[in-house]
Design a binder for this molecule. Structure first.
Ligand code: DC
Length: 225
């Protein structure tokens, strides 16, 4: 029997990378919920709206959020994935994610998408709010230093000129915003397995979550339905 998997953790801890690889291995569907919050930031920028504006909530409620086969976010049918992965969008998204009206719209869409089994959702509130009954909950973390180093490498590959200290400070600020916000802050639920990826390769991290998942899937019987 298939299960649902919730992966939560701070910014730049590699949740989406692990979730994507795991989904491929298990033949599950991966949903990167952070990209939905990022799409809201994109809407705010495009329409020049403040994170707390009621017009932004209306716009979000009238928008359609979907995913392409390769996991890219589709906003009203349009693939905006390439436009939502910048440092500017990072910080704005973290502020928009404090807006409870927007959260509740996105949470209900996420719950509708994953209303059967075979989903891997990654985000901040998956195990605590969106999929409270997920069979496997993982809290994926890593030191700020290792997350900042990974982000720096990603930016360098993309040719973006940014220094280590700036990235380090921004990750620290986003951690603080995500963990201390009033609504659905990032928390480690008691039933979550902790995965510290500071000293692990991607392959080692995927293997570990795969082992946890496999054990639970086997406990429930068949492995592929
Ligand atoms: O995972 P990410 O870095 O793409 O997330 C972008 C922002 O969205 C981050 O600041 C936290 C927020 N977020 C959230 O509040 N809840 C989620 N389920 C996913 C992301």
């Amino acid at each position: 029997m298939k299960i649902n998997i919730a992966i939560d953790g701070p910014s730049a801890s590699g949740k989406s990378t692990i979730a994507k690889a795991l989904a491929k291995r298990l033949n599950y569907t991966h949903i990167d919920t952070g990209s939905m919050y990022r799409a809201c930031a994109y809407l705010a920028l495009k329409h020049d709206l403040k994170p707390e504006a009621i017009e932004l909530v209306d716009l979000v409620n009238r928008s359609h959020f979907g995913f392409s086969e390769n996991g890219h976010i589709l906003l009203n049918g349009k693939d905006i994935d390439a436009k939502i992965r910048s440092k500017h969008v990072d910080l704005l998204t973290s502020t928009i994610a404090q807006n409870q009206a927007i959260r509740s719209t996105l949470v209900s869409i996420q719950q509708q998408i994953a209303n059967t089994k075979g989903f891997i959702l990654d985000g901040r509130d998956i195990g605590s709010v969106v999929l409270k009954d997920a069979e496997l909950k993982v809290f994926q973390t890593a030191s700020i230093e290792s997350r900042a180093k990974r982000r720096l490498t990603e930016y360098q590959i993309k040719g973006i000129d940014v220094d280590y200290q700036t990235i380090y400070d921004e990750i620290k600020l986003r951690d603080l915003q995500d963990q201390s916000r009033e609504h659905s802050p990032l928390i480690q639920t008691e039933d979550a397995y902790v995965l510290d990826t500071s000293d692990l390769t991607i392959e080692q991290s995927v293997n570990q979550v795969y082992e946890w998942a496999k054990e639970l899937i086997e406990e429930r019987g068949d492995t592929n339905d």
